[in-house]
Design a protein around this ligand. Structure first.
Ligand code: ATP
Ligand code: MG
Length: 511
């Protein structure tokens, strides 16, 4: 019996129907991925199964007593809690048991009446603690903390003081420790670096229970999924097997659907011709009428139209920047103490460079230093005099009440409405999406909006911090092409090896 059973689901925002009787059954222990293009309704689906939203029609049924954890961004937590308290809080009941056991032993030691009973009870609790692996907790929590790359000194930080990315990882860490029957995760790799994704892969592969996760990171999905749910045009299709198998099978299914559709269209046309020709003839009118009745009852196949609209990026180029666009000499970066040993490097003009290193190692601090957003501690850096730098920031503080239209207009007040709509349209932000507040858009829709201004500004040095986050495969391919075609220099931070490996000329590793 399925632990989660979604039946005949319908839900709409305004007049946009996201599901047309979608079905999904998750079995115990299944490692499942839910995939589909940007804006097709994956995140909304997770909100529906976790009860944050209610279906318009259909049912979501959890098997009784099944426990799940849901990684969403806006959960309420007590920001005063220290990171270690938050994580060890998972085992609050075990710590309570330990305390009880210790107090029983203490009472027994005082020689209280009936101390044998006390000892017996204490021993029983001790057994339960051993059974629950209580004494391995330290190393269990430690492994997750290391795996997700929390620096040791952050353990006693209050959660409110962690960076948004770190806080995201704190939720993830807690979830991994909870060992619920089902983990429900929406794009869990977005805040991780390459090594941390590898850790998460190992963890999930070995996870003894079920999970249902949404991700656009195909190399991640290839490693963790053993069943794929494909959400397309309001329906969910189940593909048992690896993600590679899904990719193959999906193509075959689409080709077949295309064939069936064309065959049916031909048949309909032939029948209609027959009916038109014979309906007025006395000898064959009867046959024509019965064929007409049959045709009227025929269940018409829908055209398996191409999914979603086209997405196109192009980054306009300004001018040359000599031999090197940037030279860095013994640069020390950080806030009080240097984060890294002094950095010296040259970035040749026109090169595509990946900047690698653990989250928190100082990649963003480096970028902010060379952009003069924060002072350096010592050393020098020098841009070529002609350098026109553009920075795509991962955590730009967006005003979520703005629409994509407002957002782009704030950069280009001179653009008329048609121009604004056409720029947004080319990056795939079309129709009503362009006019709704960002708070009501999907992750991919927001990411595309954030990329739009980059397609308007002439530059010769792009600094891109995790530009692939939230983008579906089609949009990622478009971004890849745009970077490849760009004659300028690109400094790229990206945890998706598949994307950056084929793109960059060399890597800079901070460690
Ligand atoms: N509160 C809302 N009000 C109106 N429309 C919404 C709201 N939230 C989401 N939508 C729309 O519903 C559609 C589905 O959104 P959802 O976030 O579920 O997509 P998704 O599949 O998770 O996409 P992505 O891959 O980009 O994260 C999108 O077109 C989005 O703009
Ligand atoms: Mg989403």
């Amino acid at each position: 019996m399925a632990i989660l059973d979604v039946n005949n689901l319908e839900f709409s925002y305004g007049d946009k129907d996201l599901y047309l009787g979608a079905e999904l059954k998750l079995n115990p222990g299944e490692h499942a991925a839910l995939v589909g293009i940007n804006g097709c309704g994956k995140s909304t689906f997770l909100k529906l199964v976790t009860g944050e939203l209610r279906p318009d029609k259909g049912t979501v049924t959890w098997q009784p007593h099944v426990t799940y954890a849901y990684l969403d961004q806006n959960r309420e937590i007590d920001g005063n809690l220290r990171l270690d308290q938050y994580l060890y809080g998972v085992y609050a009941d075990l710590f309570a048991k330990e305390a009880e056991m210790e107090s029983l032993y203490a009472k027994a030691a005082e020689g209280e009446y009936g101390f044998e009973k006390l000892l017996e009870r204490a021993a029983k609790i001790g057994d339960q603690l051993v059974e629950a692996d209580f004494y391995a907790l330290q190393s269990k929590v430690g492994a997750v903390i290391d795996g997700l790359g929390f620096p040791k000194n952050t353990l006693d930080y209050p959660l409110s003081k962690l960076s948004p990315g770190m806080r995201e990882k704190a939720y993830l860490a807690k979830m991994l420790l909870e060992e619920k029957d089902v983990l429900i995760m929406d794009e869990p790799t977005n805040f991780l670096d390459v090594g941390q994704v590898a850790y998460l892969v190992q963890f999930l592969k070995a996870y003894p229970h079920a999970f249902l996760l949404v991700s656009h990171d195909e190399s991640f999905l290839k490693q963790v999924a053993d069943v794929v749910f494909y959400l397309r045009a309001g329906k969910i299709t189940r593909y048992k097997g690896s993600f590679d198998h899904f990719l193959e099978q999906k193509e075959l299914d689409l080709a077949q659907a295309e064939k069936n559709y064309i065959a049916q269209q031909r048949y309909i046309k032939k029948e209609e011709q027959f009916i038109a020709a014979h309906i007025v003839r006395a000898t064959s009118a009867k046959a024509a009428k019965s064929r007409r009745a049959r045709l009227a009852h025929l269940e018409r196949l829908e055209a398996p139209s191409k999914e979603g609209g086209e997405v196109h990026f192009r980054f306009p180029y300004s001018r040359g920047t000599g031999r090197n666009v940037l030279e860095v000499e013994n640069l020390e970066i950080g806030y009080e103490a240097p984060l890294l040993s002094p950095i010296s490097l040259e970035i040749p003009s026109g090169s595509k460079v990946a900047l690698l290193g653990h989250n928190g190692v100082g990649k963003t601090t480096f970028i902010r230093t060379i952009l003069s957003q924060i002072p350096s501690l010592s050393g020098n850096f020098r841009f070529h005099v002609n350098a026109d730098t553009l920075y795509f920031e991962q955590q730009a503080n967006l005003d979520l009440s703005m629409t994509p239209f407002d957002y782009l207009k704030s950069f280009y007040p001179d653009y008329d409405n048609v121009k604004i709509r056409s720029v947004l349209g080319s990056v795939g932000v079309r129709g009503t999406i362009a006019m709704r507040p960002l708070s009501e858009l999907s992750g991919g829709e927001i990411a595309k909006t954030k990329l739009a201004p980059l397609t308007q500004e002439k530059s010769n040095f792009l600094i891109l911090d995790e530009p692939t986050n939230h983008l579906d495969q089609k949009a990622k391919d478009a971004l890849f092409e745009a970077i490849e075609d760009y004659p300028g220099t690109v400094l790229l931070i990206c945890h998706e090896k598949d994307f950056s490996d084929d793109l960059v000329d060399f890597e800079i590793l901070f460690s």
